[in-house]
Design a protein around this ligand. Structure first.
Ligand code: DAH
Length: 342
């Protein structure tokens, strides 16, 4: 064997040996460059051809080519193996175990006020009522005058509020929506109007300067107090259970005549008297009455042709009763430990 043949064989063995233990693409490329590249060891053998006797050159060329082919083909094999390994590793790393439990999402839920409101809306919408909203910033005229509460009426003192100008205020009740809807003149009317109201009250367990009411109004021909009683009786039974009884106590509101306050039989003790109803057996839930003829007239409705009834419910009061909450402030503090219970 000539020296050159031995040298070429050694180079080939060296390259194949190195390829055996290659684990990374970078190392593979390095071998390719070191052996087969322009300045690679095998290439340098070709470059030294000028020192070889002309008759030996074809033989040397053949050895070098055989060695190159052997190295190249092994390189390709190893490359395929490495590529597969890399792909496998990648797939393993990206694998998703679909049987793992999902990460828990924090789901919020409705505030007890909202739950109570939606319950009240459900009941009245079921009886054919529309839900209509009115403005929280209201004219004194709608909040008081059109509801039969003239400038010097003592009822204005009881409902002191926040004035924006002499004539514009934060509404103290949802009742002004009655006047707004009646004025539109689309009769008959069957509506409820929920919303925020304001009074300059100190905060305590049963008061807040901002709270919510739900107004109700029905205007039609031949509407009587019996319709009012029947409607509110159904409402109370739907809200507090079918055993619930209602009691209408005479009362006074300037915009209804006659007026009443409605009590429901205590749903805790069934009316016997307990701590919840303070021994009374009854719990007050709302004010109501037949719309005053003067109010109808002021809103452009002829009281000889049309009559109606109205009622006003405190939303917080309903929520406190329904969920047996003893302090209204809890509804506004946004304490998650409290809210989580509903
Ligand atoms: N607006 C009254 C209040 O805030 C509640 C009320 C009583 C509304 C009788 C009515 C009603 O519609 O007929 O005290």
């Amino acid at each position: 064997m000539s020296d050159i043949e031995v040298k070429v064989k050694e180079i080939m063995q060296d390259a194949l040996g190195k390829l055996e233990s290659v684990k990374e693409m970078d190392a593979l490329n390095e071998i390719r460059v070191n052996f087969l590249g322009k300045k690679g060891v095998l290439t340098s053998v070709m470059k030294s051809m000028k020192d070889v006797a002309p008759e030996d050159r074809p033989k040397v060329g053949k050895w070098v080519n055989e060695a190159r082919e052997a190295i190249e083909s092994r390189l390709e094999n190893v490359k395929t193996v490495l590529e597969n390994e890399i792909q496998d590793r990648k797939l393993k790393a990206e694998a998703i175990d679909v049987t793992l439990p999902a990460t828990e999402k924090m789901m919020g839920h409705r505030h007890p006020n909202t739950i109570a409101l939606e319950e009240v809306e459900r009941i009245f919408v079921g009886m054919g009522y529309e839900v209509i909203e009115g403005p929280e910033i209201e004219f004194d005229e709608y909040n008081f005058t059109k509801l039969n509460i003239p400038a010097d009426h003592p009822a204005k003192d009881e409902q002191d509020t926040f004035y924006i100008t002499k004539d514009i205020l934060l509404r103290t009740q949802t009742s002004p929506v009655q006047a707004r809807v009646m004025e539109k003149g689309h009769l008959p009317i069957r509506m409820i109007s929920p919303g925020r109201v304001f009074r300059s009250d100190e905060v305590d367990a049963t008061h807040s300067p901002s709270f919510h009411q739900i107004e109700g109004l029905v205007i039609d021909k031949n509407v009587t107090f019996a319709d009012l009683k029947g409607t509110l009786d159904v409402f109370a039974k739907e809200l507090f259970g079918p055993e619930t009884k209602t009691k209408f106590r005479p009362h006074h509101f300037p915009f209804t005549e006659p007026s009443a306050e409605v009590d429901v039989s205590c749903f805790k003790c069934g009316g016997k008297g307990c701590r919840f109803c303070k021994g009374e057996g009854w719990i007050e839930i709302l004010g109501c009455g037949m719309v005053h003829p003067h109010v109808l007239e002021m809103c452009g409705i002829d009281p000889k042709e049309y009559q109606g009834f109205a009622f006003g419910v405190g939303l917080e009061r309903i929520a406190l009763l329904k969920y047996e909450i003893d302090d209204m402030r809890l509804l506004y503090e946004n304490d998650i430990r409290f809210l989580n219970q509903f």
